[in-house]
Ligand binder design. Structure first.
Ligand code: ACO
Length: 429
């Protein structure tokens, strides 16, 4: 992996560090020996230039708009796979053959129920509790009910991964049912992963839900598109928390909390709020584009921009097409879709957005699909978490399997007061 070096000078003295090259041409200066050799650390707030690990899970080229899981193009996976296959691919590094897929599906079926005692938890959240906070709490609590990871976290990782991937959809659907005051609908083994989730969400004793294959297909695609995205904020959180030696459930729970933020996964809910606000304001695009460009105004165009993509987010492109397809199939006419397209067109022709390479990201159109299939906006980020879970687990597993992993512990450059004498309380002005 190492064949070139970086040479640099600090205070007139020259140093050499190795450059690590990835399988797709990524290059990273290995600064492992930097502090020891030079007495300096690197300073990179927001980690714009910092690689925290090597990884063989997901490849992303932000300049060309390329995204691949384990070498497979996101376009192919989204078109040709089931979410469960992609989850297996991320976890195991290969697409499953029929018997492997059958086995994995069997595990997901086996683990779909929640321990009945955990159902009481739902009764103690206030009615307007955020489903993201419920999800994070419940996932964290799973460790108490399924402590099989305690001794050797990697020995039972396949079981724990399947347990978590299966149970998270039950938790998500139950939290929704509780929030609307409807009776819980239990998982059914005759339904697919996505079909099961939709049924648990929308089936009612008074009105049975018909699982439509087109809706299942749309959800399947959305979950695949969200399944991993290398070292983003929530994934880096999962790895960081896990590096302290904590169990998988607690690490994932931390990732869920990171995802909640409006600059990250919470953007899908924020996009819909933004579109509704603009719609209610007589579609005054000019006003909101001006606000987004104003540095003194905290308003940003939600669903626009990305730390890594400098061109179209390939997931956004797929989602936009899927959005048109599902709305047509369901015969839904959503004015917010027209509004979103108009907003996109205005932004893409505006010098501010062009010069900063700001394009629609994965979240810009996903909310319109969720809305069309009946998922309320406060569940959008939960849907993101459902999709991202196999990625988080795979990244956690890769981190724990790597024998060189150390606890994540960044440094800082201290800029506070220099040492000073203590002043007793009665002497302080
Ligand atoms: N609207 C208006 N201006 C924007 C936007 C936006 N959505 N995004 C970035 N900018 C501007 C910034 O103000 C900055 O301008 P400046 O150079 O004049 O200071 C410039 O573009 C660069 O932006 P940064 O904030 O430095 O970029 P960063 O990589 O730190 O942030 C982020 C990326 C958080 C995604 C940002 O683009 C953003 O806030 N977007 C809206 C929220 C969003 O959609 N998040 C979801 C991202 S995808 C995901 O996490 C799943």
């Amino acid at each position: 992996m190492t064949n070139t070096t970086a040479e640099f000078i600090i205070d007139g003295k020259s140093y050499t560090l190795p450059i690590i090259e990835g399988s797709e041409g990524d290059r990273g200066i290995d600064i492992n020996g930097l502090l020891q050799q030079t007495g300096c650390i690197t300073l990179d707030p927001g980690f714009k230039n910092t690689g925290s690990c090597t990884s063989s899970i997901t490849y992303l080229d932000g300049n060309k708009g390329i995204l691949r899981y384990r070498g497979y193009a996101i376009e192919d996976l989204a078109e040709k796979c089931q979410f469960v296959e992609v989850a297996y691919l991320l976890l195991h590094g290969k697409l499953p053959n029929e018997s492997e897929l059958e086995h994995f599906r069997g595990l997901l079926e086996r683990f779909a129920l929640l321990h009945e005692d955990m159902l009481h938890f739902f009764d103690h959240f206030p009615p307007n509790a955020s489903p993201m906070s419920i999800l994070s709490v419940m996932v964290n609590a799973l460790h108490n009910y399924y402590p099989e990871m305690s001794d050797d976290p990697l020995e039972n990782i396949d079981i724990t991964a399947a347990r978590l991937i299966s149970k998270i959809r039950t938790i998500a659907a139950f939290s929704y049912k509780k929030s609307v005051g409807h009776p819980l609908v239990y998982p059914r083994n005759d339904l697919s992963y996505c079909g099961n989730f939709l049924n648990m969400m929308f089936d009612k004793p008074v009105r049975p839900y018909t699982v439509r294959p087109e809706v299942v297909a749309a959800l399947n695609k959305l979950l695949i598109l969200h399944a991993d995205h290398e070292q983003n904020c929530s994934t880096a959180t999962v790895r960081m928390v896990g590096s302290a030696g904590v169990n998988l459930y607690a690490s994932i729970s931390a990732g869920i909390n990171a995802l909640w933020g409006p600059l990250h996964g919470g953007a899908n809910e924020a996009v819909l709020d933004m579109l509704e606000t603009i719609y209610a304001d007589d579609c005054n695009f000019e006003k909101y584009i001006t606000k987004a460009k104003d540095r003194d105004d905290p308003f940003r165009l939600s669903g626009f921009g990305h730390r890594v993509y400098r061109t179209f987010d390939p997931r956004g492109t797929i989602i936009k097409t899927a959005c048109h397809e599902i709305l047509e199939v369901l015969e839904v006419s959503d004015p917010l879709l027209d509004l979103a397209q108009k907003l996109e067109e205005i932004a893409l022709n505006d010098e501010y957005f062009i010069s900063r390479n700001l394009y629609p990201n994965v979240d810009f159109y996903s909310g319109i699909i969720y809305r069309a299939i009946g998922i309320p906006s406060n569940m959008f980020t939960v849907m993101f978490a459902l999709g991202r879970l196999p990625g988080w687990i795979s990244q956690w597993k890769e981190m724990r399997e790597d024998t060189t992993t150390k606890i994540g512990r960044p440094r800082q450059v201290y800029i506070g007061e220099p040492a000073r004498d203590f002043v007793s309380l009665d002497q302080r002005s």
